[in-house]
Design a protein around this ligand. Structure first.
Ligand code: 5AD
Ligand code: SF4
Length: 480
């Protein structure tokens, strides 16, 4: 089977890779074109970059050929994510041949991972900028325009871009991402993120509440609080999480559950979501907050990665299969009807058939509504790359992935069938892709529901009775 490591997340990444138009403000007249790949955090970072450059007077364009400056915000999490970016860089290069003054910049995780090596490998790239250096972009662009190569890949202990007002790009005007932490201290052995995004630091809760309040005032109805590990959010006046913990006194700090409540209290009209949770850090206080506040959506994305305790140890995940089951049981107890999704990696180093069966049985037992599924991709510099052999043959990784996908397809369909006859509050995001006569939105559990338009519009909350489903979508009709 050809490249089956294209799960829904990958499709999402591709969608996010669509050209993002920036709103023009001011006047150098220079045109900027930006593309974003990877996770929601990258998408959110592009909105910060847009803000920084628009303040410098850039105008934006959807047409790559018109641009004076092109930026691509990159992902390094798996090799295929990097290959996709390299493919795009080839296309940018062709455009630059006919427009030699054009500046091409690479930002994000691939920039941080490869640093100035990227300039050698991709000769026509002019700027390489890591995730903590976006304030330096105006300067880097000037250097590049003077004909020199510009690089800033310094990682920061403090940077959270808390004071930058992101320019909302390419969204639906209803739902926005708000970043609450940067970096990651977990060091999962397979993962490159701690190296590309640095140490974990949390953003000032007041700036988060202010951003969400402004979004509501601008007509948004839903915020998704973003972090590599949101449960680990801890505000203690700034600085690295590890330094706050080392102080030994948590008086006056703000935890993730407390932050969630602060955001939920802004208005019952504003839905609150969050991503990504971590099984080792997801404590009951978050679940009680979800149970108490109607506008905190009943949905948790809790990546398990593997169902085998032996593999979880090798992955340095900090929990066992049993711990994960216990967390699932608690979610179901405290937040009944909670939507659940996960991430799974097949073919990690030394994975036996028995380990793989453990993953399949865990999936069967939990019955996730949704999953993002990947083949293991060795990332240079990670603990797994240094200490373990990537010893599972490609065809076995592929076959195991196919088996995982098959179980998930059944689980998703089963989960949707269970919703038949139920009524959900749906936040309308826009017209359905298939018909102008239909609207689509999400229920709190994060499932997409399509229903006839009637007189409803984007941004409305509508109670919808589910009457039919496919494995991917629920179909229904509005009820009074
Ligand atoms: N190979 C495959 N998948 C990976 N992920 C992270 N690193 C790798 C890797 N090296 C997956 C994990 C994580 C998701 C964002 O990407 O499942 O939760
Ligand atoms: Fe990577 Fe683990 Fe951090 Fe997630 S929690 S970003 S998988 S190191």
């Amino acid at each position: 089977m050809q490249n089956q490591d294209i799960s829904v997340k990958e499709i999402d990444e591709t969608r996010q890779g669509e050209a993002l138009e920036m709103v023009a403000k001011g006047g150098s007249g220079k045109k900027l074109y930006i593309e974003s790949y990877g996770c929601a955090m990258n998408f959110s970072d592009s909105e910060i970059v847009a803000s920084v450059l628009i303040d410098e007077g850039f105008e934006t364009t959807k047409v790559m050929e018109e641009a004076d400056v092109i930026f691509v915000n990159t992902c390094a999490i798996r090799d295929n994510a990097e290959q996709r970016v390299r493919g795009r860089l080839d296309q940018f290069r062709k455009v630059k041949k006919s427009k030699p003054d054009m500046v091409i910049g690479v930002m994000g995780c691939m920039a941080e991972r490869l640093k100035s090596k990227l300039l050698e490998e991709e000769k026509l790239v002019d700027i390489v900028v890591g995730p903590d250096s976006y304030r330096d972009l105006p300067n880097l662009v000037r250097v590049a325009e003077s004909g020199q190569k510009a690089v800033n890949v310094l990682l920061s202990r403090e940077e959270t871009y808390a004071d930058i007002n992101p320019v909302r790009l390419g969204g639906n005007g209803v739902s926005a991402f708000v970043s609450i932490t940067r970096g990651c201290d977990n060091m999962c052995s397979f993962c490159v993120v701690p190296f590309t995004r640095g140490r974990e630091r949390s953003r000032d809760p007041e700036s988060i509440v202010a951003e969400c309040t402004q979004l509501l005032a601008n007509g948004y109805k839903e915020v998704t609080l973003l972090g590599q590990n949101v449960d680990s959010y801890l505000w203690g006046g700034g600085g690295l999480k590890k330094d706050i913990i080392a102080r030994g006194d948590l008086t006056g700090t703000v935890s993730f559950a407390e932050l969630l409540i602060m955001v939920a209290k802004i208005s019952p009209e504003l839905r609150v979501r969050f991503s990504t949770s971590h099984p080792k850090d997801m404590h009951d206080d978050v679940l009680y907050a979800m149970a108490e506040y109607h506008n905190i959506c009943s949905y948790i994305h809790l990546p398990v990665q593997s169902g085998s305790t032996r593999l979880l140890e090798l992955m340095n995940r900090g929990y066992s299969r049993e711990w994960y089951f216990e967390r699932m049981a608690k979610i179901k107890e405290i937040v009944p009807n909670c939507g659940l999704s996960t991430d799974i990696i097949t073919g990690f180093c030394t994975e036996t058939e028995e380990d793989h069966q453990d993953t399949l049985s865990l999936m069967q037992e939990v019955g996730f509504d949704f999953a993002y599924m990947f083949k293991y991709s060795e990332r240079p510099g990670t603990a797994a790359a240094k200490k373990m052999e990537d010893d599972i043959p490609e065809e076995i990784k592929q076959r195991r992935l196919a088996e995982v996908i098959e179980i998930q397809a059944k689980n998703s369909h089963e989960s949707n069938k269970k919703d038949l006859g139920k009524t959900f509050e749906v936040l309308v995001e826009g017209t359905s892709k298939k018909s102008e006569e239909m609207l689509q939105g999400r229920n709190p559990q994060n499932k997409v529901i399509v229903f006839p338009k009637e007189n409803f519009k984007k941004g409305d909350y509508v109670n919808v009775l589910v009457t039919d489903c496919t494995s991917a979508t629920l179909l229904g009709t509005a009820v009074k």
